[in-house]
Write a protein that binds this ligand. Structure first.
Ligand code: NAP
Length: 246
């Protein structure tokens, strides 16, 4: 009897880093549940690309992750379609400035929804299936989970919560399920724009003197999911050394 392929649920996977993670895992033989929110055209194009390589290997799942009641459904539909779950990648993320004096409770809710609340409850829904498959979770955090970014307090707080969830769930779900995080540095600039001077300043503080690529982030995610069999509760920084440079 043939061994069934491993199955991964990747949030925010239509574009950018999420799509690179999806391509990497699919190339490694994973069947995929591709979650998206608004990027329907992009996710359909990605699904068609992947299915042209391996038919019936992809499911697309639309959801606003702040619709918290729907989170267990994403896991249930993945398992319903593929019969198992081996990996959860919490990649989807809201990012915006929240300068003190202008920040609203609604921004708090939005930034925490995708960066902390949904990853935790997706992990909770996924845990029994991941235990059964001896699977793993990877959370996409940020070097700003551990050091502040001015005018972005809520984003930093939400990623710090996800870092602690990574460590705490690594303890709680062991020994069956490993839980780790990847902290990218400057990979892709935010689509809402980033001042040229700020980009330059960031690169000057990056020992490897360039931005990283989505594929370099995806390679770390893949390693943590598929190969890092004695690693849990850890953060892999894919930041060109920027954490060292202040
Ligand atoms: N880009 C970087 O250089 C960088 C640096 C440090 C850390 N990171 C982390 O790496 C991960 C990927 O980064 P990225 O720049 O590729 O992310 P991104 O493009 O900013 O966001 C990824 C996806 O998240 C989804 N999303 C956002 N809010 C959502 C919500 N409330 N409900 C459902 N989906 C939601 C969006 O899906 P739709 O498009 O379908 O709406 C979006 O395409 C993120 O966790 C990010 O924090 C990235």
């Amino acid at each position: 009897m043939s061994v069934p392929p491993p199955v991964a649920l990747v949030t925010g996977s239509a574009r950018r880093i999420g799509a690179a993670i999806a391509r990497r895992l699919h190339a490694d033989g994973y069947d995929l549940a591709l979650h998206y929110r608004h990027s329907q055209d992009a996710v359909q194009a990605l699904a068609a690309e992947l299915e042209s390589r391996r038919p019936r290997s992809v499911l697309t799942l639309q959801a606003e992750l702040s619709d918290f009641d729907r989170l267990p459904e994403l896991v249930a539909r993945t398992v319903g379609r593929f019969g198992r779950l081996d990996a959860l990648v919490n990649n989807a993320s809201a990012f915006e400035p929240t300068p003190i004096g202008t920040t609203t409770p609604r921004q708090w809710d939005q930034l925490f929804a995708s960066n902390a609340h949904a990853p935790f409850f997706l992990a909770q829904a996924a845990a029994p299936h991941l235990k059964a498959s001896r699977g793993a979770i990877v959370n996409l955090i940020d070097l700003y989970a551990e050091r502040p970014l001015a005018r972005h307090t809520l984003y930093c707080m939400a990623k710090a919560a996800l870092l602690m969830a990574t460590r705490s769930l690594a303890l709680e779900l062991a020994p069956e399920v490993r839980v780790n995080a990847v902290a990218p540095g400057a990979i892709l600039w935010p689509e809402q724009g980033h001042a040229e001077a700020a980009k330059q300043a960031m690169l000057e503080r990056t020992p490897l003197a360039r931005t990283g690529t989505p594929e370099e982030v995806a390679a770390a995610v893949r390693w943590l999911l598929a190969e890092a069999s004695y690693t849990t509760g850890q953060v892999i920084r894919v930041d060109g050394g920027r954490m060292l440079a202040g």
